[in-house]
Design a protein around this ligand. Structure first.
Ligand code: SF4
Length: 208
């Protein structure tokens, strides 16, 4: 039996960490949110700030209903499922469990694989290190491109053409290069105002 088949039957997923915090990025920035960081990522961005998430076998498995109960008891109204790259797992059982306890389901994904599960909000953040699956862009509510190099601005436009008209567009300076990249992004957004700037405000607030 494959890992994914086993996950469907057991409704268990590898969880690196789960915590109640403030969403620091993108459209829902500033909202209280329960974060579920799943283990496993094959995208391998050079600037990744959660490299400990990469090894799918390094994280204990949690049963999705227990996870949903924890999220509910936190007081949060929404759950953000992130990683790692969460779409490497089948997320049907997890989103069902979260919705059964009344939580909104938000996904943060690089789009490396097809999306499973039922989502109230999909944040698509494509990465150059593993091209996204062609089905993902059209499902995105939010396109968030991390800008590490000036050339990433042109690359972001390639995806802006693929998303639906209502999709929100964000450029987010990569944290370690923010002082260099932020002025470029400010200038770009002033010239191309359909884009907005996303800053990782949780890092300014010193919260996870
Ligand atoms: Fe890190 Fe996310 Fe890139 Fe995976 S997709 S390497 S978790 S930044």
């Amino acid at each position: 039996m494959s890992n994914l088949e086993s996950e469907i039957l057991n409704s268990e997923l590898p969880v690196m960490e789960d915590f109640y915090t403030i969403q620091g990025e993108g459209f829902h920035q500033g909202r209280a949110a329960y974060f579920i960081r799943l283990g496993g990522c094959e995208v391998r961005c050079v600037w990744c700030d959660v490299k400990d998430s990469w090894d799918v076998n390094a994280h204990p498995k949690m049963e999705v209903h227990a996870l949903a109960q924890k999220a509910k008891l936190s007081g949060s109204q929404l759950a953000v499922v992130t990683g790692g790259e969460p779409t490497m797992h089948n997320l049907e059982a997890l989103t069902q469990a979260l919705q059964q306890v009344g939580l909104r389901t938000h996904l943060e994904t690089s789009g490396a694989y097809t999306i499973t599960g039922t989502w109230d909000w999909i944040c698509f953040s494509p990465k150059k290190f593993k091209p996204p699956h062609p089905s993902v862009a059209a499902q995105a509510d939010e396109l968030k491109v991390v800008v590490f190099h000036k050339s990433d601005l042109a690359w972001a436009e390639e995806f802006a053409h693929l998303v639906k008209p209502a999709c929100k567009l964000y450029l987010q300076p990569e944290w370690s290069k923010e002082s260099e990249i932020l002025p470029l992004v400010i200038d770009y957004v002033k010239k191309n105002p359909r884009w907005q700037i996303s800053l990782q405000v949780h890092k300014y607030m010193n919260i996870p």
